[in-house]
Design a protein around this ligand. Sequence first.
Ligand code: SAH
Ligand code: AVI
Length: 323
Amino acid sequence: MLHPNARELLSERFALDDDEFAIAVLDGLSRPQKTLPCRFFYDSRGSELFEEITRLPEYYPTRTETAILETHAAEMADGVPDGGVLVEFGSGSSIKTEILLGELPRLGGYVAIDVSQSALGGAKQRLVSRFPTLDVRPVIGDFSHPVALPADLAGRHKTGFFPGSTIGNLTPAAAQRLLRVFRALLSPGGRLIVGVDLKKDARKLVLAYNDSAGVTAAFNLNLLARINREVGGSFDLDAFRHEAIYNPRDGRIEMHLVSRRDQDVAVAGRRFRFRTGETIHTENSYKYSVRQFQDVARAAGWTPARVWADANDLFSVHELITR
Ligand code: SAH
Ligand code: AVI
């Protein structure tokens, strides 16, 4: 939601209608608990840093979900009819997608939706060389606004793919709304395969978001570099530190950027005051039990079907169907 003052705060040098990032930054920094939406992590540097995160020893979600997909890809693919379309939300590098695509030789098309142009471009190049007959359609956009699918594919049977536990970056209420949007987009007869990180020991969670090599810290701080570059900010990156905490009440990891000192920062010609220890809340990553996630899916109109998990119950992949 736009802060009432955000548009006023925005200086004239930014086009109001298309500078969504500038508006969101001014809105978020104007709140009592400063906040920035996590979808803005993914400029080209942020997308590269995220790929580095996926290879970290502490970041168990990617390798665990990949192993689940490798074991069960044929079952996941068995509901996709010949000529059907696979629609991926937040596709990033599409590396996990290759596992499903290997089981779908007669797919009618692959629609990859992401806000990161650089990630989409790299993924398309790789997919086209590995699957020369596959019709790859990148769509740059925010999956939470109804995205228009390419017109010639819109009438086909559609299977959604939403891996990575990206759904965990939304509150449960927003996740429910998003699942409803996806249901409408994928209907009639739509199906969704969605990866969801599971609740577990808080220490393991905190390490996954606070790695020893400092890659997650760089990913978090890159948001300030992006503001400096794209919205005319004066953030000193050394004056903030990365923090990841587990909030047991809400069942979520929270990432923050903590001000190391009292300071003023200019953004788009406006000044924002930070006290020592004050934070910008940059991301939530909710963790679910299988039951909790199925309840959210049901409330969004889906029928939960199969669930696949690893032997240690670190990560789950859900099949949701429409009846
Ligand atoms: N699916 C990949 C990438 C997950 S990272 C995997 O499982 O590894 C999250 C991805 O979602 C990033 O590529 C990011 O650019 C994209 N993303 C985040 N919020 C988005 C939004 N609102 N709309 C579209 N893409 C989004
Ligand atoms: C994309 N998303 C599910 C990741 C997560 O685990 O919440 C983003 C991330 N943030 C820090 N590390 C990874």
